[in-house]
Design a protein. Structure first.
Length: 418
C-alpha cells in the first residue's frame, strides 16, 4: 500500500534547474490545472499539485482498507504544524489548527478580555466581511466600539488607523493583502506601534501567505489567520492560526477540548484525567478536537515545495508576473486598480469599475463582455467588487500573462471598447 507523509521533493530530478525560468517551468509541470487553461484565480482557490493528489490517494487507500494508523495521522499534524511555522518564521507552539480564516479570527476575538468602551480599529471599506462581523459581534455583546477608517484609493490608510488608536484600543486588524483590489498593507508600521502600546495586532493573511514572504516577528503581528485553499494550494476546510506565545499565554480560549489541555506526554487522547489541567503551550491551547487529517496531508507537499524554493524567491517571481500583467493591461487602456504597477501590488491585479457589493458580475457592460471573452477562451478568473480579478502563483508563467493580454487586444479589436 502506498504510504503518505514526509518530505516530497519538488520534482524527481536530482538537481534543480539552473535558471529561475527553468526552475518555475519545472514547478509548473507539477500542476495539471495549468496544462489546458490560463489559471489566474489563486485569490479564490490555489491549484493543488500532483503530489497533493498522490498524498490524498495514499491516505484514502488506508481509509478504504480499514487499517488507519492514528499515530501516523498525529505525526503528520505535527510535521505540518512545524512546516507552516517555518514558512512564517514562527515556533510550532505558536500555531493552532482551524477550519478557516474566520474561525481563527473568532478564536482571538472570543478569547480577549473585553470591556465596554474598549475599541477595535480597522478599515471596513476593503476588509472581507469575515474580518468585520467578529467585531460587530463584540460591539453587540460587550459594547466594544468598532472604529473604522475610510480606504485611500482602495488601500488601507495606515496613518488614519494610527490616528484612531487611543488608550482604550485593545486590537487593530487588517488584511495583509486585500481580496479586492489586492493591494498590500503597510503591516510593519502598524505592528511596530501596536507592539509599543501592547495592543493585539491581528492580520488576515489568506491573500498573502504562500505567495508573499512572511516573517511574523519582523512584521510584529500578534495573530495571523490563514486557510489552506488559496496561496497554500491545499483544500477547503482547514486553516492555521498563529498567536505569538507571549500573547497566547495571557489569554484563555473561549472554547476548550481535549487537545487544548496538557495532561502530560504519552497520554491517550480519550483520557479525562481528574479534571485538573493546564492549558497547552502557546497557541496549541486553541486546538479543538480531532484534526482535518486529509487537509493536513494535502497541504504538506505544498509547504515542502514553498520551503524548498524559498518564500522570497516565490514572491519575486510571482510579483514579476503580476507587474507584467498590470503594466500590459494599463497600456491597453483598462482601468487598472492603482494604475501602473508599483509597491502597492502583490500577486493580484484588478481592472474595471469599483463596485463594493458586486461580486457575481461586473455590472458594467464592457467588463462583463471582456470577462465572458476571457472565460470563453479558457482563462479562469473571478469578479470581485465589480472588477475583473487576476491572481497569480508559482505555477503561472509569462506565457499566461501574454495570453491574457492577447485576448484583451482581440476583444478590443472585435468589440471596439475597453
Amino acid at each position: 500500500m502506498a504510504a503518505f507523509g514526509g518530505r516530497r521533493p519538488m520534482a524527481q530530478t536530482a538537481t534543480k534547474p539552473a535558471s529561475k525560468a527553468a526552475l518555475f517551468e519545472a514547478v509548473r509541470k507539477e500542476f495539471p490545472g495549468t496544462y489546458d487553461k490560463v489559471y489566474t484565480n489563486t485569490a479564490a482557490r490555489g491549484l493543488p499539485s500532483r503530489q497533493t493528489r498522490a498524498a490524498l490517494d495514499a491516505y484514502l487507500d488506508q481509509l478504504v482498507d480499514g487499517r488507519v494508523d492514528k499515530q501516523a495521522n498525529f505525526n503528520a499534524i505535527e510535521r505540518v504544524r512545524s512546516k507552516f511555522a517555518q514558512l512564517i518564521k514562527a515556533h510550532p507552539d505558536e500555531i493552532a489548527y482551524t477550519k478557516n480564516v474566520s474561525e481563527g479570527l473568532n478564536m482571538i476575538a472570543g478569547s480577549l478580555p473585553w470591556k465596554a468602551a474598549d475599541n477595535v480599529v480597522l478599515c471596513r471599506d476593503v476588509e472581507h466581511p469575515n474580518n468585520i462581523y467578529p467585531w460587530l459581534n463584540l460591539q453587540r455583546r460587550f459594547g466594544v466600539e468598532v472604529r473604522s477608517v475610510p480606504d485611500r484609493d482602495g488601500a488601507i490608510d495606515v496613518d488614519a488607523m494610527l490616528g484612531l488608536i487611543d488608550d482604550r484600543t485593545r486590537l487593530v486588524t487588517v488584511a495583509t493583502v486585500t481580496f479586492a483590489p489586492g493591494f498590500r498593507t503597510d503591516v510593519e508600521t502598524l505592528g511596530r506601534v501596536c507592539r509599543e502600546k501592547d495592543i493585539f495586532f491581528l492580520v488576515d493573511a489568506v491573500q498573502s501567505v504562500g505567495v508573499v514572504a512572511t516573517d511574523v516577528e519582523k512584521l510584529k503581528v500578534d495573530g495571523l489567520a490563514v486557510s489552506t485553499q488559496k496561496g497554500l494550494c491545499g483544500l477547503y476546510g482547514m486553516g492555521f492560526l498563529y498567536c505569538r506565545r507571549a500573547w497566547a499565554e495571557r489569554i484563555t480560549p473561549a472554547a476548550l477540548a481535549r487537545f487544548s489541555v496538557d495532561l502530560g506526554p504519552d497520554v491517550h487522547e480519550a483520557t479525562m484525567g481528574d479534571g485538573h489541567y493546564d492549558l497547552m503551550a502557546g497557541a496549541r491551547r486553541f486546538d479543538l478536537g480531532n484534526y482535518n487529517y486529509p487537509a493536513a496531508i494535502a497541504v504538506e507537499p505544498s509547504l515542502d515545495l514553498q520551503l524548498d524554493l524559498g518564500p522570497p524567491v516565490i514572491e519575486d517571481y510571482v510579483c514579476g508576473l503580476s507587474h507584467r500583467l498590470a503594466a500590459g493591461l494599463h497600456q491597453l487602456g483598462l482601468r487598472v486598480s492603482g494604475g501602473p504597477p508599483g509597491p502597492h501590488l502583490a500577486h493580484t491585479v484588478t481592472a474595471g469599475k469599483y463596485a463594493r457589493n458586486t461580486h457575481e458580475s461586473a455590472g458594467d457592460p464592457d467588463s462583463d463582455a471582456l470577462y465572458k471573452h476571457l472565460t470563453d477562451n479558457d482563462v479562469i478568473l473571478t469578479v470581485r467588487r465589480g472588477m475583473l480579478r487576476f491572481s497569480l502563483h508559482l505555477y503561472n508563467n509569462e506565457a499566461d500573462v501574454d495570453r491574457v493580454l492577447d485576448l484583451v487586444r482581440e476583444w478590443q479589436g472585435g468589440k471596439g471598447g475597453a
